[in-house]
Design a protein around this ligand. Structure first.
Ligand SMILES: [Fe+2]
Ligand SMILES: [Fe+2]
Length: 196
């Protein structure tokens, strides 16, 4: 009996943790993968609708944005798997294909980006609480990115009030949305995720 106890003690000492990422953090990060994947799918669907309605600049803006959201998702894949977890390809359903107006598209984007920010903040708060400073540090990129994304969406929504939708208003708004990308590139941090 004494021998067994000594052996199990020795076994315990030999067990080294395979990773510091907890399963709870891993599942929260996988939920964030779903959110970024949904963002990418929503924006692609919106881009296509804008294309069919003749809002060509908004379409280009959204095609590019959709691609960026996919990169946000892939960055999480890299982090989870490098940390010893398993990143999961999310199930994405119920994507809306038609919209009532261009204004509605950008209002939906703003509301969605605010939800993404809340979700990121929730994980950051969780990581801080359990002293997972590695994931906390990794997530700072998303914290900065969300500030930029929300500002961009808010600028787009404001255009509808500033310019107005009558006459050539919608055409002008579409032109201005095309220029918003430059505004983001000039004012924000780098938008492409680094995969290091
Ligand atoms: Fe994102
Ligand atoms: Fe976003």
């Amino acid at each position: 009996m004494a021998k067994k106890t000594a052996q199990s003690k020795q076994n315990k000492q030999m067990i080294t943790p395979k990773r510091s990422l907890t399963t709870e953090t891993e599942s929260m990060l996988n939920e964030q993968i779903l959110m970024e994947g949904k963002s990418s799918a929503y924006y692609l669907s919106m881009a296509s609708w804008c294309d069919t309605e003749g809002y060509v600049n908004s379409a280009q803006f959204l095609y590019k944005h959709s691609e960026e959201e996919r990169q946000h998702m892939l960055k999480l894949f890299g982090y989870i798997n490098d940390a010893g977890g398993h990143a999961l390809q999310p199930e994405i359903t119920d994507i809306r294909h038609t919209f009532n107006s261009l204004k509605e598209v950008f209002e939906l984007i703003l509301a969605h980006e605010i939800e993404v920010t809340k979700s990121i903040n929730k994980i950051v708060d969780h990581c801080f609480g359990i002293k997972d400073f590695t994931t906390f540090n990794f997530l700072q990129w998303y914290v900065t990115e969300q500030r930029e994304e929300e500002t961009l969406a808010r600028r787009a929504v404001e255009l509808f009030d500033i310019i107005g939708e009558d006459g050539i208003g919608l055409w002008t708004i579409d032109q201005e949305i095309g220029k918003l990308e430059n505004f983001a590139e000039e004012s924000g941090p780098e938008t492409s995720p680094d995969m290091q």
